[in-house]
Design a binder for this molecule. Structure first.
Ligand code: PEP
Length: 251
């Protein structure tokens, strides 16, 4: 089974409107048509403008960095899946470690967000990953297993099939420290086995599992050549069109 290769750029809380439109256009201009899907996860204010840019390339897609778990209502400052879909968003990052750490998101809440996203045909990019203390204590596999089980394993096989998983060791996010290709491969193989145990080999084989954590042009090729690494979720290096395009080119 050939898995979808994906490189997703998470801009986080960066770029003015003008800067965002320029970088999105530069990426669209430089992106070769290929089987690799490039995704731009922009702040909300950019989504509508970047939506028209991503339409220029078949393999360029738009993501939000979060959504609310309710359909609509009195939730000042939040955004709904209907709003995201209405401007052409196809993917939504859920459970990023920064959302878990700074906004208290846990598996129970994330399961609700996953459900409402799927109910609105948005594909979740579901993040998991351990902090340094958990890795040093040797508990990283069980920690990630709990995150995946708690946020995703209530799904039907059909719904699960549209989920993208992103493994992002917190100690490697924005630190310049990257997991070694062997560390990434070990965790990705572990996640794939978990999925296989729950949903069977066919679905597991078809699941795209991204690595995130200081992916750069210099290390992307080696990371992406690991058997179970199907691409990357990229923070810092996605803010420069040339770097992001070079990472996509690593496949
Ligand atoms: C991220 O925030 O998802 C991320 C991986 O960031 P960086 O690439 O900057 O480590």
């Amino acid at each position: 089974m050939k898995r979808q290769h994906i490189v997703a750029g998470n801009w986080k809380m960066n770029k003015t409107f003008e800067e965002g439109r320029n970088i999105a256009q530069a990426i669209a201009d430089g992106l070769p048509e290929s089987d690799t899907i490039a995704i731009l996860a922009t702040p909300y204010i950019h989504l509508s403008a970047v939506s028209t840019v991503v339409q220029q390339k078949l393999n360029l897609k738009l993501a939000a960095q979060n959504c609310h778990q309710a359909k609509s209502g009195a939730f000042t400052g939040e955004i709904s899946v209907d709003m995201l879909s209405s401007v052409g968003v196809e993917y939504v990052i859920l459970g990023h470690s920064e959302r878990r750490e700074f906004f208290g998101e846990n598996e129970e809440l994330l399961a609700q967000k996953v459900d409402i996203a799927l109910g609105n045909d948005l594909k979740p990019i579901y993040c998991c990953g351990e902090g340094l203390a958990i890795r040093e204590a040797g508990n990283h596999l069980s920690h990630v297993a709990n995150q995946i089980t708690g946020g995703l394993f209530h799904l039907s096989p059909e719904d699960f099939s549209t989920v993208v998983v992103a493994y992002e060791p917190i100690w490697a996010i924005g630190t310049g420290v990257t997991a070694s290709p062997e560390q990434a491969q070990e965790m990705h193989a572990f996640i794939r086995q978990l999925i296989s145990d729950k949903y069977g080999e066919e679905i597991s084989d078809a699941t795209t599992i991204l690595y995130g954590g200081s992916v750069k042009p210099a290390n992307a090729k080696e990371l992406f050549s690991q058997k179970d690494v199907d691409g990357g979720l990229v923070g810092g290096a996605s803010l420069k069109a040339d770097d992001f395009l070079a990472i996509i080119d690593s496949f």
